[in-house]
Design a binder for this molecule. Structure first.
Ligand code: IVH
Length: 701
């Protein structure tokens, strides 16, 4: 490199030209280094370019425009990460709180598999790392893509950033499978976290609340150079798509990951009973403070992959694994006020406003008080000093008041009987069957209550429903209060109204051409939406994601659901059809019928369907020979338990019904079958044995 001209002797025009030239060079090197993984200069040469670039800006401050590469750090994201669809969904884990539940976990597994108490069952135990999970895809041994978990189905493409994490191999060692998706946790150590916050403080930037936020903030940077400057680590503990499994056990898989070059956690062990799991849990807990990184529990996993396969999943969590969380952390503080939130279904939820206090590394200033009875039972009063508890990701809660510190003039809290938002009566419904009052007090205002309407809109646009990117709670509230949207259909007419000059969104505070364009694009792509997400987005009471999937799988089209639901008065055949869907009971069937019986909901739906179309739910294993079929199991099964059979059928895309009807396609019959077999014969429905079923579904190994 030729010796650079001293900066003092440069004219402004010369400096400007050199600055522009350097900027282009640095950007090109960044691209080669971070996204193409093929740098052509040494780190030292690169650093020299950066230093010179910065020095030019220091001497000629007018060069430090908002577009400067030095300004990219900490700049607001101007573009978004690309989305990555996970070929195998990223799962979550069911939680275990307390040692008593460990034995339940093991018993549940044994029962599901039909194992006797004496039959051996190996389960691994390892720390639950408190970072953020990441899925790394290797093809022919090369890292080709890295994605965050996202909603489990779709994450963000963070490949360029992950390439800057030294511990993550770019090329695998040994004979790795052709396709290998390794999953694990990206985390930051306590020491690096403290040093990073120190640097943030010196630079006058905001501090990170904990190492997990710091790791997440560092990985989800639009500029990979920032990620590169943040010390991140990785532990491999799971996998997604794999062309050929290198082992048949969890332990074996992790050992293989180690051979391929991944860091693995040294505290993973193989246990053979609930007692051994608990012993290892205590061991890990005793080491927790000295590990140097955050963990929030211990994860248990059935070791045999064949058994994992048989156990399958409930909703998004595997039956074969669980997270045993460490006990919650506690602190005391003063309760300043009790505020009432009104939710989507009109539920009045009391929220405690607290003097901010640090609980387990996180500053807490709000906590849930659950409900009216809970406040009364614990006699929690405004002004009390209270104990606050925080466990994992759950909302902090108030355990109770410290009576010695109660102010003398304090009075018991009186729960409001009118809705604080709309003034309608708020009542506790009486269950007609039991005659007891619901624990939840609800506003009776329905659509008169703006709180309920806004909450419904938020739910509609939320991540697991319509997932309208960039249309978050705050914006929805503003748009609603400014009269821009009143019902879901209005979201789809925003662009049209803007074009006609009715809205002037670009003139809104904090809104520019680009953000408006992005919002319109995000809305546009949701003009088609998988049926299950559509149903979930409607916010029907008791219809969460799982029930929405069940309804979508059963009815296949929205028209079919609507037609049946409208005819589903109590005692009708239509009601029985909904009720008969596996996993759905009378409470849900009633809620679905009630929703469609409401004229207003019909209007909202018609308006919405003018602008968008629900499409079939993404087919689950549509290649399987039983996909889309309705199956009934009857009699006793010998090679698998009933739960296992049902779970397997659902995994293969079949619907499992509890009773035989005209809609049944197949009845799997075991010894001792009675009335259901007779009914199948009467209706002329195909019946097969358990062996046939295993053969048909390719499980007869
Ligand atoms: S296994 C099928 N193992 O916990 C199970 N997860 O609550 C897939 N996590 O999203 C996960 N340490 O981010 C597993 N040793 C560990 C873990 C771990 C941390 C996280 C992971 C996951 C979340 C589930």
């Amino acid at each position: 490199m030729k010796k650079p001209v001293p900066i003092e002797s440069l004219s402004e025009a010369q400096a400007r030209r050199e600055h522009a030239r350097l900027g282009e060079k640095i950007a090109a090197h960044d691209k080669r280094y971070y996204t193409e993984d093929a740098p052509i200069v040494s780190d030292a040469e690169y650093d020299a370019l950066r230093l010179r670039y910065e020095a030019l800006e220091a001497a000629f401050p007018e060069l430090a425009t908002p577009e400067s590469l030095t300004k990219k750090i900490g700049a607001a994201p101007s573009e978004k990460f690309a989305k990555v669809r996970h070929r195998v969904p990223v799962l979550s884990l069911g939680n275990i709180f307390g040692e008593e539940e460990v034995a339940d976990f093991v018993t549940r597994i044994r029962r599901f598999l039909g194992l006797s108490p004496e039959a051996p069952l190996a389960i691994t135990a390892e720390p639950k790392i408190d970072g953020l999970s990441c899925s790394l895809r290797y093809e022919s041994g090369k890292l080709v893509q890295a994605a965050t978990r996202g909603d489990g189905y779709e994450g963000e493409d963070v490949t360029a950033n992950v390439r800057t994490i030294g511990e993550i191999p770019h090329v695998l060692k040994g004979a790795a499978p052709e396709i290998l998706e390794v999953r694990g946790e990206v985390y930051m150590t306590h020491a690096d976290f403290a040093a990073l916050n120190e640097r943030q403080k010196e630079a006058g930037k905001t501090l990170f609340a904990n190492p997990r936020n710091a790791a997440a903030g560092s990985l989800r940077q639009l500029d990979p150079a920032i990620t590169a400057a943040r010390p991140l680590h990785f532990f491999a503990y799971a996998w997604g798509e794999v062309s050929a499994l290198p082992a048949s056990t969890q332990m074996g898989m992790i050992a293989a990951f180690k051979d391929f070059g991944f860091p693995i956690n040294p505290l993973m062990v193989l246990c053979h009973s609930a007692e051994e799991l608990i012993t290892h849990y205590r061991q890990i807990e005793s080491l927790r403070a000295r590990l140097g990184y955050d963990i929030d529990g211990v994860v248990y996993k059935v070791d045999s992959l064949a058994l994992q396969n048989r156990l399958g999943f409930v909703s998004r969590a595997p039956r074969w694994a669980a997270a045993h969380k460490f006990p919650a952390e506690k602190a005391t503080t003063v309760l300043r006020a009790i505020e009432i939130n009104v939710g989507r279904t009109g539920a009045l939820t009391p929220v405690a406003r607290l003097d901010p206090v640090t609980v387990g590394g996180v500053v807490v200033s709000n906590a849930t008080l659950h409900n009216e009875d809970e406040i009364a039972r614990k006699d929690i009063r405004v002004g009390d000093t209270v104990t606050v508890q925080r466990a994992g990701d759950v909302i902090p809660q108030i355990l109770g008041p410290i009576l010695d510190k109660r102010p003398e003039d304090s009075k018991p809290y009186v729960f409001p009987e009118i809705c604080p938002v709309c003034g309608s009566a708020a009542v506790r419904e009486i269950d007609p069957k039991t005659g007891t009052a619901d624990v939840v007090r609800r506003c009776t205002g329905g659509l008169v209550c703006t709180a309920q309407v806004v909450e419904r809109l938020k739910h509609f646009a939320s991540r697991n429903a319509f997932d309208i990117e960039g249309f978050g709670d705050k914006l929805i509230e503003q748009f609603f209060h400014d009269g821009l949207i009143k019902s879901p259909a209005d979201i789809f007419t925003l662009e049209e109204r803007e074009r006609r000059g009715l809205l002037r969104l670009t003139e809104r505070e904090g809104f520019g051409e680009l953000s408006v364009r992005n919002l319109f694009n995000a809305i546009e792509v949701r003009r088609t939406l998988p049926l299950n997400r559509f149903i979930y987005g409607l916010g029907i009471r008791h219809v969460g994601e799982t029930n929405a999937r069940r309804l979508a799988r059963h009815f296949e089209t929205f028209e079919a659901l609507r037609k049946t639901a409208k005819a589903a008065q109590e005692g009708s055949e239509a009601r029985a059809e909904i009720n008969n869907i596996e996993g759905i009971g009378e409470t849900v069937a009633e809620a679905v019928a009630d929703f469609f019986a409401e004229k207003h909901n019909e209007d909202v739906l018609d308006a919405l369907l003018d602008h968008m179309t629900p499409v079939p739910m993404e087919a689950v294993a549509s290649a399987s020979p039983v996909a889309g079929k309705t199956v009934v199991f009857t009699g006793s099964l010998e090679r698998m338990t009933r739960d296992e059979a049902k779970a397997m059928a659902e995994r293969l895309g079949a619907k499992v019904a509890a009773s035989v009807s005209k809609k049944t396609d197949l009845v799997v019959v075991g010894p001792g079958a009675g009335s259901k077999l007779a009914k199948a014969a009467e209706l002329g429905i195909e019946t097969i044995s358990e062996e046939d079923w295993l053969r048909l579904t390719g499980q007869d190994t």
